[in-house]
Design a protein around this ligand. Structure first.
Ligand code: FAD
Length: 379
């Protein structure tokens, strides 16, 4: 069987790309190695994503507008989002909803591991597990996550910077009750020397996790310390871990193939947010593929559009991480700056709708001076 497009990986990026293509009448196959996959993930998504992709209410287990941030010294800053919320989803439900949607539109969904991809003339041959006969496709979308086989087989530049993150799921207990309607973030070298720790509530459990640069620190020890510091004695019922690729590959487009989501390295530094960018890149990539097939337009427009829209956000968050996540003294300064209501408003508005929100000159000046003050003072 020959398809116009083979999408490899059925996470958010692949499912959205496949739906976009099928809607436009392009013959599309989506290959996912495990339809029961539970992707290790906090499942925090912004309101803008929920609106743009019409995510149904029952999938959004919590809508949280309260957030607190904790410094290494124990300083707590409480914040409230006046104009929106962070949605909490469970990936096992979220991903299968997106895949089912693509399938209902007409995508052929196959459960199999893509073992290798070979270029053949103007197209590709895909070898699958489970003795499924090889598939032919004219175009490829690699949506197979941080360890993308597609990227390796097709010779894309490497995924450079990777954080590894671990998360544990706990049943609600007395100690965790206060977190039922609250997102809490810990900036603390004991919990993560170069990233942060999070507490994300869901309907029937709480997800607690932390991340750090790959192969630099002992992730399990960091997680253990976090749980101890929180005073939790109960055992988690699920441990999960995966890489987070927080740097776009040097290029994620070829003549007939593209990478989307984690496969392309599209997770923002500093906050490790990837679901929105996975779905947005899936949509933009799918649209570019349609234009390539119909009008012979180059696929490069996908990468150019993505970079034009989001490079400033990636750059800004990379700068923030490089300055403030280096040691506890700087983390203390960062949390102190979070107390400013203008900083909170700009941060939340940018997070919810992924737009750099311009602030009046006087506010920019005030924030700049506060940064200098707290950096110099160290708190
Ligand atoms: C611990 C942790 C917490 C996180 N928390 C958040 C959060 O709260 N909010 C947020 O926005 N982001 C978060 N992220 C990042 C987010 O999970 C990813 O950015 C997002 O899942 C990327 O989606 P994707 O579709 O590109 O890739 P994935 O979700 O990784 O999907 C890739 C899919 O491809 C399949 N696959 C892989 N190889 C093959 C193959 N050879 N053949 C067939 N199928 C294959 C996999 O089974 C998988 O289903 C977190 C990440 C981690 C690790």
């Amino acid at each position: 069987m020959r398809y116009d497009v083979a999408v490899i990986g059925g996470g958010p990026s692949g499912a959205v790309a496949a739906a976009e293509l099928t809607k436009a009448g392009i013959s599309t196959v989506l290959i996912e190695r495990n339809l029961e996959n539970v992707k290790p993930c906090g499942g925090a998504i912004p309101l803008g994503l929920i609106e743009e992709f019409s995510i149904p209410d029952p999938l959004v287990e919590k809508k949280l507008s309260k957030m607190s941030v904790r410094s290494p010294g124990g300083r707590m800053i409480s914040m409230e989002m006046p104009n929106g919320y962070v949605g909490m989803v469970r990936r096992e439900r979220f991903d299968s909803y997106l895949r089912d949607k693509a399938e209902r539109l007409g995508t052929t969904v196959i459960e199999a591991l893509v073992k290798n991809i070979r270029q053949n003339g103007n197209g590709y041959t895909l070898h699958l597990s489970k003795d499924i006969p090889p598939l032919e496709a004219n175009h490829i979308i690699g949506a197979d996550g941080a360890n993308s086989r597609t990227a390796n087989d097709l010779g894309f530049p490497p995924n450079e910077l990777q954080v590894i993150a671990m998360q544990q799921r706990f049943q609600y207990c007395e100690r965790l009750k206060p977190y039922e309607e609250l997102v809490e973030i810990w900036f603390d070298g004991d919990v993560s020397p170069d990233f942060y720790g999070w507490i994300f509530p869901k309907t029937d459990h709480i997800a607690i996790g932390t991340g750090t640069e790959f192969r630099k620190h002992n992730l399990r020890h960091l997680q253990q310390r976090f749980v101890e510091k929180l005073g939790i004695r109960e055992k988690p019922y699920l441990d999960e871990a995966a890489k987070i690729p927080m740097k776009p590959r040097k290029s994620f487009t070829q003549e007939n193939a593209i990478l989307v989501g984690d496969a392309a390295g599209l997770v923002t530094p500093a906050n490790g947010e990837g679901i929105f960018f996975a779905m947005r890149s899936g949509k933009l990539g799918g649209q570019a593929m349609i234009e390539k097939i119909r009008d012979r337009k180059p696929l490069k427009t996908y990468e150019n559009t993505f970079r034009k829209l989001y490079a400033p956000i990636f750059f800004g968050l990379q700068a923030l991480q490089s300055v403030y996540y280096r040691n506890d003294r700087l983390r203390e300064s960062f949390v102190a700056i979070c107390e400013d209501t203008d900083v909170q408003r700009i941060t939340f508005d940018s997070y919810l709708y992924k737009k750099m929100v311009p602030a009046p000159w006087s506010v920019q000046m005030k924030i700049f001076l506060k940064n200098i003050y707290h950096l110099a003072k160290g708190s």
